[in-house]
Design a binder for this molecule. Structure first.
Ligand SMILES: Cc1cc2nc3c(=O)[nH]c(=O)nc-3n(C[C@H](O)[C@H](O)[C@H](O)COP(=O)(O)OP(=O)(O)OC[C@H]3O[C@@H](n4cnc5c(N)ncnc54)[C@H](O)[C@@H]3O)c2cc1C
Length: 416
């Protein structure tokens, strides 16, 4: 079923009886050419591009819960491509370009809104670092504008410029960045993949791998054994646990990342603002809620909920940046398990087992990568070669020392 304005009018006039579920609910087949483990944004996008761009068929996505139950439905919806390092910047800019055409591509309203992002800086040295980042962004065709304090004050007059814990001296602005409705992205890719014949199988947990002579033959699941010539794992916060079932130990730690939303307020924040020095970032949803977050919880966990010291820390960051936020009432908070890699950058690579591929290590920033990650993982699964923008995301880089340490914090996952 194609969505269009005409369709909305027709359904309105005929009692809304023609709407169909966005995807089928198929029974698992005994075997597939390609099985994707994990029905988050990355797994669904991978299946979509495998079928659409690479012409593959007989594909299944196996999801242990329901579509949208993982981080794809828990994130703070920010999309951007303001990266510095050559291994990262072209990849995230490729993703940004895919975001820009995504809704037309999927014929689905994912509420992609290019409302801009501003990274605040507080010292001359930090301004120089942001200028360098902006130049690196320009080199890969991205947009970046360095705002001095006066220009910033015109855009966001409500920040606490002089008395904040870190006085604000300006910001790096990426106008094309913004937000997208996170679960809408999952639904759009699920619908698109389903229309191309992909089986999306929910409530189907992978509990083991069948590996024979160094080659994967299929997966054990709560709904029985499913054979597969190739298996792509895209399970985000569960990467270490799932890959351990194939005997693989990953350079990944799982931490909880929390997010918060206030009651609905009149429009005040037009884009996304990040306050790195205060470990706080914020935007405003279309419903008016202030959506904000901060650091990951400082210890390893697989619980999808966080602890109170981080809540206090994030609230302090918000108060330091814009004291009037203290008057807003908090509506909800939640947590998701993020797969923190040792250098803060992702992995899209083959593994030591033939036919088994890994997509993971997205840390707190994989939502923005969803389109490019799906495309690059599909490219790898289809051709056995990395996509040109993802050649640096090798699994062996932690052994060879070719790490992509965007934040420059070393092998300290909770600081990336
Ligand atoms: C609070 C929070 C805020 C965030 N904010 C942002 C942001 O603003 N911008 C940004 O770019 N990123 C953000 N992120 C990160 C982003 O959400 C993730 O990096 C990204 O969603 C991970 O990819 P995914 O969508 O495929 O993950 P998921 O949606 O988690 O998908 C993985 C799926 O695998 C399934 N699974 C796990 N084990 C198995 C198994 N054994 N068998 C079958 N299925 C299995 C899970 O149920 C899950 O549905 C945030 C994350 C959190 C938690």
């Amino acid at each position: 079923m194609k969505f269009s304005a005409l369709r909305v009018v027709k359904e309105a006039l005929t009692g809304h009886k023609g709407w169909k579920p966005l995807w089928r609910n198929p029974q698992p087949q005994p075997d597939y050419d390609i099985v994707i483990v994990g029905g988050g944004g990355h797994g669904l996008a991978t299946a979509y591009y495998l079928a659409k761009t690479f012409g593959k068929a007989r594909i299944a996505v196996l999801e242990k819960g329901w579509i949208g139950s993982g981080n794809v439905g828990r994130n703070t919806t920010i999309v951007r491509s303001n990266y510095l390092l050559p291994g990262n910047q072209p990849f995230y800019e490729f993703s940004m370009k895919l975001w820009e055409g995504l809704e037309q591509e999927l014929n689905f309203n994912a509420m992609v809104s290019q409302r801009g992002i501003i990274n605040l800086f507080h010292t001359d040295a930090q301004r120089d670092a942001f200028r360098r980042r902006g130049n690196a962004m320009h080199l890969s065709g991205a947009d970046a504008v360095l705002l001095n304090r006066d220009a910033l004050r015109q855009k966001v007059p409500f920040l606490n410029y002089d008395n904040a814990r870190f006085p604000i001296k300006g910001g790096l602005w990426q106008p094309r960045a913004g937000t997208a409705r996170h679960d809408g992205v999952a639904w759009g890719y699920a619908r698109g993949a389903d229309m191309l014949g992909v089986d999306i199988i929910q409530n189907c947990e992978v509990t083991g791998f069948r590996i024979d002579a160094g080659r994967v033959r299929g997966v054990e699941t709560t709904r029985g054994y499913i054979g597969a010539a190739k298996v792509g794992v895209a399970v985000a916060g569960s990467s270490s646990r799932v890959m351990a079932m194939a005997g693989q130990r990953l350079p990944i730690e799982s931490h909880v990342l929390q997010a918060f939303v206030s009651e609905g307020l009149k429009p005040v924040i037009s884009g996304v603002i990040t306050f790195g020095a205060g470990h706080f970032y914020i935007s405003q949803s279309d419903k008016g809620g202030l959506v904000f977050g901060g650091d990951v919880d400082g210890y390893n966990s697989y619980a999808q909920r966080g602890n109170l010291p981080v809540v206090e820390d994030v609230a302090q960051g918000g108060m330091a940046l814009m004291p009037m936020i203290g008057r807003a009432r908090l509506l909800r908070s939640w947590g998701g398990i993020v797969d923190m890699s040792m250098d803060g950058s992702p992995i899209i690579d083959r593994t030591a087992i033939d036919g088994l591929y890994l997509n993971g290590g997205w840390c707190y920033g994989g939502f923005k990568a969803t389109p490019a990650s799906g495309f690059a993982f599909a490219h790898l699964l289809a051709t056995d070669r990395p996509h040109e923008t993802a050649t640096a995301y090798r699994l062996d880089r932690f052994a060879t020392g070719h790490v992509i340490d965007e934040r420059g914090t070393g092998a300290q996952p909770n600081l990336h």
